[in-house]
Design a protein around this ligand. Structure first.
Ligand code: 76R
Length: 248
């Protein structure tokens, strides 16, 4: 048996994609819409409080294309916390006008392929900051789930640790060349959802997603072993922009 990579886990993560039932939303009165928007933005304000207290983080993005209208990405310390806000949101009036499009459950993950030496991950501020990240307030998001291939001669899980380490080093080097342009959060979902990882990328220039993902396609770990689900791309939706976004 090959040696399993050791992983560190941080906050639990829910990517919640919804479409909006515009017909139903238009059918209610302006006052009802206003009240629903207020209730929703009050939720966002509450979550901003949790973020300020370092008890979690969240991101709201408007999704481009027909796969969904918006994505709420939520990070919380426990799966119970995550479920609680999911349920609370579902009970809001605004949520009644949304239709589930896709969801993804995972946990922030760092692996030990190329670890920083001599640090205690339980206390190291950099590692702790990456495990419990404040999501960047960047203009664009790109999310997709992925697997590592397990087929015939291309079985990632049968490779010796040393080989995987080498490939992950090369992967990390490409990633690093996008420092400052793309911020990535890798969340692990083995045992939680249909794919092995969720990849969430943030950028102020959406083209950098295309450039990074394309460049990685030529790198062995993605070229040979990467299998990908659907891609979702979107634009930041600040709390202040929500009333305009929902205006009909
Ligand atoms: O955590 C680290 O920064 C160390 C290096 C590193 C690891 C271990 C790293 C760096 N990644 C790691 C793990 Mn990654 N990553 C992806 C994708 O589209 C594709 O081809 C792949 C999707 C992108 C775009 C990306 C970006 N990474 C992983 C894992 C878990 C592997 C495992 O355990 O087997 C996956 C699935 C994965 C996928 N990666 C980086 C990036 C970027 C931008 C970096 C540099 C981060 C930085 O140094 O700032």
């Amino acid at each position: 048996m090959s040696e399993a990579a050791q992983t560190l886990e941080g906050w639990y993560c829910l990517h919640d994609f919804r479409s909006i039932d515009w017909v139903a939303w238009k059918a209610i009165s302006g006052n009802e819409r206003e009240a629903a928007i207020k209730e929703f933005t009050a939720f966002l304000e509450k979550w901003e409080g949790a973020e300020a207290r370092k008890e979690g983080s969240h991101a709201l993005y408007s999704i481009v294309g027909q796969k969904a209208d918006f994505m709420l990405m939520l990070l919380r310390p426990t799966l119970e916390d995550l479920n609680e806000i999911e349920n609370a949101f579902n009970k809001t009036t605004f949520a009644q006008f949304t239709i589930p499009a896709y969801s993804y459950v995972s946990v922030v993950e760092l692996s030990n392929y190329n670890p920083s030496n001599n640090v205690d991950p339980e206390t190291d501020p950099m590692i702790q900051g990456r495990l419990k990240p404040e999501l960047p307030k960047w203009k664009h998001v790109c999310f997709y789930p992925m697997d590592k291939r397990r087929e015939g001669n291309d079985n990632w899980y049968m490779l010796p640790m040393e080989e995987r380490k080498k490939m992950m080093y090369s992967h990390g080097m490409i990633g690093r060349s996008y420092a400052g342009k793309v911020k990535q959060i890798i969340t692990g979902s083995v045992g939680f959802d249909d794919w092995e990882w969720g990849v969430t990328l943030f950028a102020n220039d959406a083209l950098q997603f295309k450039k990074l993902v394309y460049e990685m396609r030529f790198d062995e770990v993605s070229a040979r072993y990467g299998e990908f689900g659907s891609f979702y791309v979107g634009n930041q939706l600040t709390r202040e922009a929500v009333p305009g976004y929902l205006h009909v």
